[in-house]
Design a protein around this ligand. Structure first.
Ligand code: PXP
Length: 245
């Protein structure tokens, strides 16, 4: 039997569009309900320090209407950890955050932020929240992450996605993800992946053995303008299913 890859749909950019005009549409709750109806496995949102897209009210509203798990992406700081404790999502993914960046540009530097991450993980360990860390496909970062005692990591696929567009170094970037996934598996870590994934570039990632969750946002929301959200999610799911080995 083919293994199943969990598909998390990141709906941040529904809120980006809403906030662009300060209106109350498009509604994130409506998007969340469609994601659930489309049989996605989880809804992913990133509450950023500057609240440029999803805010706390959205988070509460989404949690009130969905029956599938929510994966909350947050920076490893006290404000965000308190938000996680208050709203109790099923999953938290720690991500790096820089105010000026357009999107999450790379993975966490676990090696140089080890103590802070350890503290924040310890605080959350008293809750039922499952924690993952968003890291680059880098063996040293992976080994440091393992030392933190979490049981899941999400590999940043952004460099691979850019290589795919530029048609250079695609194999090299893919190899890094494949090798790190194999090492993560040896270390007993569950592997997720995401960032910059599209209909065109998702298959090689989905076909990597031991990747068991993909989180996809910007492309799905962008494609929804033309095909609708449900159709876009179903098509992504179909491509992923075909690629799974
Ligand atoms: N996974 C993580 C941890 C992220 O921070 C993001 C972007 O917010 C994604 C996945 C989704 O990336 P994209 O919007 O490019 O699909």
């Amino acid at each position: 039997m083919k293994r199943n890859i969990r598909l998390g749909i990141n709906i941040d950019h529904v809120a980006t569009l809403r906030n662009a005009r300060g209106e109350n549409y498009p509604e994130v709750i409506k998007a969340a309900k469609i994601v659930e109806k489309s049989k996605a496995d989880l809804i992913t949102v990133h509450v950023r320090e500057d609240r440029r897209h999803i805010n706390e009210k959205d988070l509460g509203d989404i949690l009130n209407v969905i029956n599938i798990p929510l994966n909350l992406e947050i920076a490893a700081n006290t404000e965000m950890v308190n938000i996680a404790i208050k709203y109790k999502p099923k999953f938290v993914c720690f991500v790096p955050e820089k105010r000026q960046e357009i999107t999450t540009e790379g993975g966490l530097d676990v090696i140089n932020n080890f103590d802070n991450l350890q503290k924040k993980i310890k605080i959350l360990s008293n809750s039922d929240i499952n924690i993952s860390l968003f890291i680059d496909p880098d063996k040293d970062q992976l080994i440091a992450t393992h030392k933190l005692g979490v049981n899941a990591i999400e590999f940043h696929t952004g460099v691979y996605a850019n290589a795919f567009i530029q048609k250079t170094n695609v194999e090299k970037e893919l190899k890094k993800i494949i090798e790190c996934t194999a090492l993560a598996n040896e270390l007993g870590l569950n592997c997720h992946a995401g960032h910059g994934l599209t209909f065109e570039n998702v298959s090689p990632i989905a076909s990597i053995k031991n990747i068991d969750e993909l989180n996809i946002g910007h492309f799905i929301i962008a494609n929804s303008i033309f095909d609708g959200l449900e159709t876009s999610i179903l098509k992504m799911r179909e491509i992923i299913s075909k690629a799974v080995k």
